[in-house]
Design a protein around this ligand. Structure first.
Ligand SMILES: Cc1cc2nc3c(=O)[nH]c(=O)nc-3n(C[C@H](O)[C@H](O)[C@H](O)COP(=O)(O)OP(=O)(O)OC[C@H]3O[C@@H](n4cnc5c(N)ncnc54)[C@H](O)[C@@H]3O)c2cc1C
Ligand code: SF4
Length: 331
């Protein structure tokens, strides 16, 4: 049995109190929402905060509402509730699809969207017990000086593994972040970095309080397609979010198209597409094949998770096609 190390728990009842606590502990405290990522990482001694700042007593952070042309999602909204929210199902069905495939039902009732956005990166050599890691000699992400994935590598390439992130990128979401000095908004694209040790532009006293999603224009179709070993519980081995805006809806000419891929690198990646060439075409099988091939060229998985990189790469175009089929089927 794995035991938790000793730590204190603080239970603030407001964002101001929570950010003041995080600031006062100067990097030695961590926020905790559902704890479904933080607790295992503490048991594995990957995260070792002296103080856990529980967010569960801050009621303002729960729920989804519409503010004009934007959906505002409170960071403490559980994945279970988000997947069933009528506003999300109507305007951002791919987000519902993604969060409904996170882990299993129990974890989705505890896990929150804020915790999912802020999920730590994962790697086959780090998500192990302290004893296991000590036997191997540790690595750059925690306690060591080498990378076991890229021999001689000086950078950690642990994989971004949060299912919501690529969908939020295709939706053009912004994060509302509070700290003791005030609030700011950050485009989700700019929030993630390529540093697998910590892949977020988030200071120790920053709290993600909400996610704002612009309501997609009429004619937008979207989906999330996920590759995982067991559909019941596993993290993504590959996650593909697709979105297209079609003039007049299904069968109409492409106005905009976007594909973001996750679980291959330390941040979710946007596939570079020749939008000028795609605009004005219909989203038919030939066009989807072209987009799928562009994704294949862009994605070069590493051996950072257990499944073979070559297999995951072959699955990229398959899941791009599957994503567009899901999106068009729904519309
Ligand atoms: C068996 C298992 C399977 C899983 N499968 C998946 C999967 O398939 N896909 C997937 O995406 N995830 C998966 N997870 C991870 C996790 O359950 C989800 O990502 C969940 O959404 C995390 O939310 P949480 O509220 O529990 O986060 P927490 O564990 O509370 O927090 C996660 C991280 O974010 C920080 N944090 C939390 N909230 C905030 C905030 N508001 N502002 C700033 N920082 C914050 C914490 O300090 C911590 O570092 C799995 C976990 C387990 C144990
Ligand atoms: S990618 Fe390398 S440094 Fe990062 S967690 Fe894996 S083995 Fe460690």
């Amino acid at each position: 049995m794995l035991r938790l190390p000793k730590f204190e728990v603080a239970e603030p009842t407001s964002v101001a109190e929570a950010t003041a606590l995080l600031k006062a502990h100067d990097g030695r405290a961590k926020p905790m929402a559902g704890g479904t990522d933080l607790m295992p990482n503490m048991k594995h001694e990957i995260a070792t905060p002296d103080v856990v700042v529980g967010l569960w007593r801050i009621p303002d952070l729960v729920g989804v509402r519409r503010d004009g042309d934007t959906l505002r999602i409170g960071a403490l909204t559980t994945l279970h509730d988000l997947a069933r929210d009528p506003l999300i199902l109507e305007h951002a069905p791919a987000l519902a699809e993604a969060v409904d495939q996170v882990a299993g039902p129990q974890l989705r009732r505890m896990g929150t969207i804020g915790g999912n956005v802020c999920l730590d990166t994962r790697c086959v050599y780090i998500n192990q017990t302290y004893f296991w890691r000590s036997a191997l000699g540790f690595c750059l992400k925690r306690d060591g000086t080498v990378c076991h994935v890229v021999k001689g590598g000086r950078r950690c390439v642990a994989a971004a593994s949060n299912d919501s992130a690529p969908v939020l990128m295709t939706l053009g979401a912004e994060l509302e972040i509070h700290n003791a000095d005030g609030a700011r908004k950050v485009a989700i694209d700019d929030f993630y970095t390529t540093d697998g040790i910590f892949n977020q532009e988030r200071a120790a006293d920053d709290l993600v309080t909400a996610i704002e999603v612009p309501i997609p224009k009429p004619g937008t179709v979207m989906a999330y397609a996920k590759l995982r070993t067991r559909a019941a519980i596993d993290f993504p081995e590959l996650g593909v979010a697709v979105l297209a805006r079609l003039a007049g809806g299904k069968g109409g000419k492409i106005e905009h198209v976007d594909v973001c891929v996750t679980a291959l690198a330390s941040r979710p990646v946007r596939v570079k597409l020749d939008l000028d060439a795609l605009r004005g075409r219909t989203l038919d099988a030939a066009t989807i094949d072209q987009i799928a091939n562009a994704a294949y060229k862009r994605c070069k998985p590493l051996k950072n998770i257990a499944t073979e990189p070559a297999y995951r790469r072959e699955m990229v175009p398959v899941f791009v096609r599957r994503g567009f089929r899901q999106a068009l089927g729904r519309s």
